[in-house]
Design a protein. Structure first.
Length: 198
């Protein structure tokens, strides 16, 4: 577990990178399909390769992207193999599905914490479309809502357990209007956090 004061102290103590090193020290964690639309279920890909609007915005602001594993593939395989009539959501929303997503959440949190210890800022976790069984991001007054994706719920809980207060936001590339809102949010976040043009 690493608190805010410890993070600040670690940042002060870390050695400066060599002058030849160009890293910006700012990252976001993104769901697998933002960087690879081939991860999506049949019929759900919005582009041949990646969600370019999100990728290009991060690039323009000098923000690196850490790819999170696709929970549907981890639980059900690329083909989303499951019993006839069983939805992907129902297949993930099982004890085994939650356990697997919790494991993925621990691994992802370990990686993000390692970046924090190395002095990077983790600006956000970028999730998926509102209907995504694994990666939707929905909040209510108490935190993540039950409609959120199973993996997002487990990852968020793990980050909270570690005291890592990292904003979560879905990148809703299935709808142009919603995606524009999400890109505006991300642009404001980058500006607020001092992420600059490379
Ligand atoms: S489960 Fe998440 S990472 Fe996998 S395809 Fe759906 S939204 Fe993308």
């Amino acid at each position: 577990m690493i608190g805010a004061s410890v993070k600040r102290a670690l940042r002060r103590l870390r050695p400066l990178p060599p002058a030849s090193d160009s890293r910006g020290g700012r990252i976001v964690a993104v769901i697998e399909c933002i960087l690879n639309q081939n991860a999506r279920d049949a019929g759900a890909a919005m582009a041949p390769a990646m969600s370019w609007e999100v990728v290009s915005l991060c690039h323009a602001h000098g923000v690196g992207m850490v790819q999170l594993p696709c929970p549907e593939i981890a639980c059900l395989g690329v083909a989303r193999t499951r019993a006839p009539g069983c939805s992907i959501r129902a297949a993930l929303d099982t004890e085994a599905g939650h356990l697997r997503c919790a494991e993925l959440g621990v691994q992802a949190a370990d990686r993000l914490e390692a970046y924090l210890r190395a002095g990077c800022q983790v600006l956000a976790v970028l999730g998926g479309n509102p209907q995504s069984p694994g990666c939707a991001v929905h909040f209510d007054g108490q935190g993540l809502a039950p409609a959120a994706g199973i993996f997002m719920g487990e990852l968020h809980a793990e980050l909270q357990r570690r005291g890592l207060d990292i904003p979560l936001r879905g990148m809703r590339d299935g709808d142009r209007v919603l995606l524009a809102e999400d890109l505006q949010w991300l642009t404001r976040l980058f500006a607020d956090q001092g992420a600059t043009l490379p």
